[in-house]
Design a protein around this ligand. Structure first.
Ligand code: PHE
Ligand code: NA
Length: 449
């Protein structure tokens, strides 16, 4: 296209870009992570703060990432260097690359579990229900050492394969069909799950807040972290995707659609999972295994549910692939520019390194289960550092960068807002509201108040 993009690849269309950003956002975060974090954080009060975080912090920062990427036409590190050369803002870029490595390393483990369940359903499924039920099956599988690693490796292989092929053919194409299918399936399953007898309890749990929870600082940090994780925010995935967009496409609508769809997916997933949690008498705070125990129960109680199990875990795995791709792309885009590697070389090498980094997270369920940090196993610790520390910190820097590091008129122009009321409101949020909110949540979670 133009000389501005240094011969970099670009999306085929604006729709392709929006779908890819949606593919990045919608993933294990909406179903696996949303369900267990909501369950552990007490339900409705958490959900309320989560939605406030999306509206007041998430969407404005999402807009900021798209704006930075499209303006700079570079990877997450290069973007800061391009817009403010020689300034320390580039720290946010390096933080983003580090987050990509950490998140994808454990994301691949959970995605591997999902792939395994898909293949179980492909080959008849019943093994999942055998002897002692779904909980026992899950425990036996994920505490085993070899099998989870194998599936993690396969997941990383698929993700590398798509990034290897490239932005337009690889990333854009894979999202167009799978996302709508997943949406339909989640709606159907939520409808069915609500008939299982746990509906009233689930609705109370999700929508009637226990106000005393609002006094618990951990709930705020959990909600903030979940908002960043679920929106793929704070580590440059959306800067990188924005950088493959040509200058003539409009941004604000895209930002709102991505955040809206992601949130809708999470709430629907809650409506699918929690009625079953209560109907089957499972504890909502059972942790990361929650969906792997409840969902097979739903499928089992559905006559002919095998086909649903098969479809569901296929689509969940596919959603995980499109998110994994965006994580890998952050690092690949950086290494391609910085070290002049080919896309192929970067995808293979970095993908393999990330697989290696993920091994301890996987073994932390089995051979390394004795290793814990502040009561968290290895995977949980990686997730905590990335999602509750690195992502909000990255988001804080991104907000400050656009709010203060950039001339206001430039930021307004680059964002397509122009000098409008909404645009000025956006800048005020980035300058004051989002940074202060993130800062206060950080301080309170380490016990300052
Ligand atoms: N948003 C993805 C999900 O919900 C995870 C992700 C986080 C992807 C950060 C990219 C960057 O599953
Ligand atoms: Na998400």
């Amino acid at each position: 296209m133009s000389d501005l993009n240094n011969g970099r690849e670009q999306w085929g269309s604006r729709l392709g870009f929006i779908l890819a950003a949606m593919g990045s956002a919608v993933g294990l975060g909406n179903i696996w992570r949303f369900a267990y974090v909501t369950g552990e954080s007490g339900g409705a009060a958490f959900l309320l703060i989560y939605i406030l975080c999306i509206l007041a912090i998430g969407i404005p920062i999402l807009m900021a990432e798209f704006t930075i990427g499209r303006r700079a036409q570079s990877d997450v590190v290069g973007s800061f260097q391009e817009i403010t050369p020689g300034k320390p803002w580039v720290v946010a870029g390096f933080l983003g690359v580090a987050s990509a490595f950490i998140i994808l390393s454990f994301y691949g483990v959970i995605a591997g579990w999902s792939l395994h369940y898909f293949v179980q359903y492909l080959s008849g499924g019943p093994a999942i229900g055998a002897e002692g039920g779904f909980a026992d099956y899950f425990v036996a599988f994920h505490t085993g050492n070899f099998e989870p690693l194998l599936w993690q490796f396969i997941f990383m292989g698929i993700t590398v394969g798509i990034v290897y092929v490239g932005v337009k053919k690889g990333i854009e194409k894979s999202n167009k069909i799978l996302m709508p299918l997943l949406a339909i399936l989640v709606i159907v399953l939520a409808g069915y799950s609500l008939t299982l007898g746990g509906a009233q309890e689930a609705l109370d749990f999700l929508f009637t807040p226990d106000w005393s929870q609002l006094a618990n600082p951990e709930v705020y940090l959990a909600a903030l972290g979940q908002a960043f994780f679920s929106l793929s925010l704070g580590m440059g995935a959306l800067i990188t995707y924005g950088s493959y967009l040509s200058k003539k496409d409009k941004l604000p609508g895209a930002a709102v659609s991505v955040a809206g769809l992601d949130t809708l997916f999470a709430i629907l997933a809650g409506l699918m999972i929690f009625p079953a949690v209560f109907a089957f008498g499972i504890e909502p705070d059972s942790g990361p295994g929650l969906v792997f125990i409840t969902l097979p129960g739903i499928f089992d109680s559905l006559g002919g549910g095998m086909i649903f199990g098969l479809l569901f875990f296929f689509l969940l795995s596919a959603a995980a692939v499109s998110s994994g791709v965006s994580l890998l792309e952050v690092a690949v885009a950086y290494f391609m520019r910085r070290f002049s590697w080919s896309r192929q070389k970067a995808a293979l090498i970095i993908g393999f390194i990330i697989f290696l980094i993920g091994i301890p997270s996987s073994l932390g369920m089995g051979a390394l289960s004795g290793v814990t940090f502040f009561g968290r196993d290895i995977l949980d610790s990686m997730d905590f550092i990335a999602s509750n520390v690195f992502l909000p910190l990255g988001g804080l820097l991104i907000a400050l960068f656009v709010g203060w590091g950039w001339k206001k008129a430039d930021a307004l122009e680059a964002s397509d807002f122009g000098d409008t009321a909404v645009g000025n409101g956006w800048v005020i949020i980035l300058r004051f509201i989002a940074p202060v909110a993130i800062f206060i949540i950080f301080l309170s979670s380490i016990g300052v108040f």
